[in-house]
Every structure is written in C-alpha cells, then in structure tokens.
Write a protein that binds this ligand. Structure first.
Ligand code: COA
Length: 262
C-alpha cells in the first residue's frame, strides 16, 4: 500500500506512482525526514507489481527541489557531513539510479544542489520552461555531496560540468536540453502529461526486461565491472524468462504481448 506522509504525497495513476515532494514553503528542500519518507515510499512501490514506473515532482509552481535543507546541516561536524552524504546516496540517489522501475523526474521549477542531484539520479528528466538548474554548493563552501560531481559530467560532459560546479551558475531549461540534461522541455501545465506519455510506453513493455536494462546500463558506469560482460550474461538470462516467451509468442502470433513481469 502506498502511503502519503508528512512531506511526500503519493498517488497511483494508470500504473504510475506520482510522488510529490511537499514542502513548498521551503522550496521542497530535502531535510532528513523527507529523505526517509521518500525512501520508504520507493521501497513500498518496488514490491507493487501494478506500478510500472514512477514520476517524482515538487509541490507548488516554484521549485522541484531547491537542494538539501541548508538550515538542517548548518552546524554539522565533519563526521555528520560525511554521514549526510552517505545516507543520502544509500537511501535516495544510488537507490533511485538502481531502482528496478524507470523513474522520471518532472522538474517543475528550481532544481538546485540536491534537487538537481535528485533529478540526475532519475532515469529520465522532463523539465518545464520556467525551471532553473544548477549545483550552487561552492557558494556555501561545500561541494555537491549527492552524486553531483559524478552524474553531471556523465550527462553534460566534463567541461560543462566543471563550469557549472565551479561557477555555481544556474542554467535554463533550454540550455539543459541543449546539454543533454533534459530529455524534454514542456510548459509547467504540460509537464505531467509529457511524463505520462513516456510512462504509457514503458507500461506496455516487459517489466523484467526493463529491470534488466536499467541494471546493465548502470553497469557501464561502474568501474568495478565490465558493462559488456554484464550485458552478455543478462542478455542470455532473458531467454529464460516468462516475459521473453510471451513477447516472442505475441510477435509471432501477431497479437499484443501480455507481460506478467516474470
Ligand atoms: N534549504 C533550506 N531552506 C531553503 C532552501 C534550502 N536549500 N532553499 C530555499 N529555502 C527556504 C528559504 O530559506 C525560504 O524560507 P523562509 O521563507 O522561511 O525564509 C523559503 O525556502 C523560500 O526561499 P527564498 O530564498 O525566500 O526564495 P527566493 O525566490 O528568494 O530564492 C532560491 C529562491 C532557490 C534562489 C533560493 O531559495 C536559494 O538560493 N536556495 C538555496 C539553493 C541552494 O543553495 N541549494 C543547494 C543546497 S546544498
């Protein structure tokens, strides 16, 4: 059962879990409780077979997520800072990147610091034309600690990532699209519809194959494994799944596949 909690609104629509980070008076910044609640909702949704994809967005018209909660970490020690980063990676950022179902960030406004890092951990980003994105941490005397130093370069290339991180500049939705940070740019009104257009395609495909594809794509960014080797193994394993039997039979019988995710 998907729960709505203090800072997280959850709604399942046509097999898609829409998560809204709901702290608009603090521009949806991520405090410890929000991170815990988001983690719990995602854990629950992973076990619900009728949920085929997830959309994450921010409450209100102004922000997706304006970063980690600065007030909360203002007096942290070195060890607490390390813990903040490590807990975030484990509960949200790496967790989302390696999630078994596609997660789309609907970036409906400011995505700064941890907010951009959250969007970048998601598999796909749809950005509204009012959005501003950046990693402003060096303005605060810290560095991005939720994967930003790694994932920004993967998406926009090392040169632009260096520029964005060391200048702390925000970029527009148009620039984000140009640099590969945004898959699509829409109006704020259309952003969820665009996400649903993408999730409706995902929902008709094999959940088993999609889960494997996410794992193998991510393997290519993991220095401790050879992505090509992982692909060979996982490609082979897919021939043993129910979804493979169903997908191929449906094609040969000229009918629509009815995937069971097995
Ligand atoms: N952490 C905690 N609170 C935050 C926050 C954050 N990352 N971002 C915004 N807020 C709070 C503000 O403190 C303010 O709270 P208040 O009304 O109780 O004073 C409220 O959200 C509204 O923000 P405000 O700054 O008044 O809005 P603005 O339109 O003037 O500016 C931003 C918008 C996004 C440019 C500005 O809020 C900002 O720079 N935020 C911090 C971004 C950042 O550095 N993130 C990285 C963190 S590591």
């Amino acid at each position: 059962m998907i729960m709505t909690t203090e800072y997280i609104l959850s709604e399942v629509k046509n097999g898609v879990l829409v998560i809204t980070i709901n702290r608009p008076d603090k521009l949806n910044s991520l405090n410890r409780q929000t991170i815990e609640e988001l983690h719990e909702v995602l854990v629950d949704a992973e076990n619900e077979s009728e949920i085929k994809a997830v959309i994450i967005t921010g409450a209100g018209q102004k922000a997706f997520v304006a970063g980690a909660d600065i007030a909360e970490f203002a007096n942290y020690s070195v060890e607490q800072g390390r813990q903040l980063s490590s807990n975030g990676h484990f509960k949200i950022f790496n967790f989302i990147e390696n999630y078994s179902k596609p997660i789309i960030a609907a970036v409906n406004g400011f995505a700064l610091g941890g907010g951009l890092e959250l969007a970048m951990a998601c598999h796909i980003r749809v950005v509204s034309d009012n959005a501003k994105m950046g990693l402003p941490e060096v303005s605060l005397g810290v560095i991005p600690g939720y994967g930003g130093t790694q994932r920004l370069a993967q998406l926009v290339g090392k040169g632009k990532a260096f520029e964005m991180i060391v200048t702390a500049d925000m970029i527009t939705a148009t620039d984000a699209y140009k640099w590969g940070l945004a898959n699509y740019v829409t109006t704020q009104e259309e952003i969820l519809n665009k996400c649903f257009e993408i999730t409706s395609k995902i929902a008709s495909k094999s959940p088993t194959a999609i889960k494997t594809a996410i794992k193998v794509i991510n393997a290519g960014y993991n220095n401790s494994v050879n992505g090509y080797e992982v692909e060979i193994e996982e490609f082979g394993k897919s021939f043993g799944t129910g979804d493979f039997k169903e997908g191929v039979s449906a094609f040969l019988e000229k009918r629509k596949a009815d995937f069971k995710g097995n």
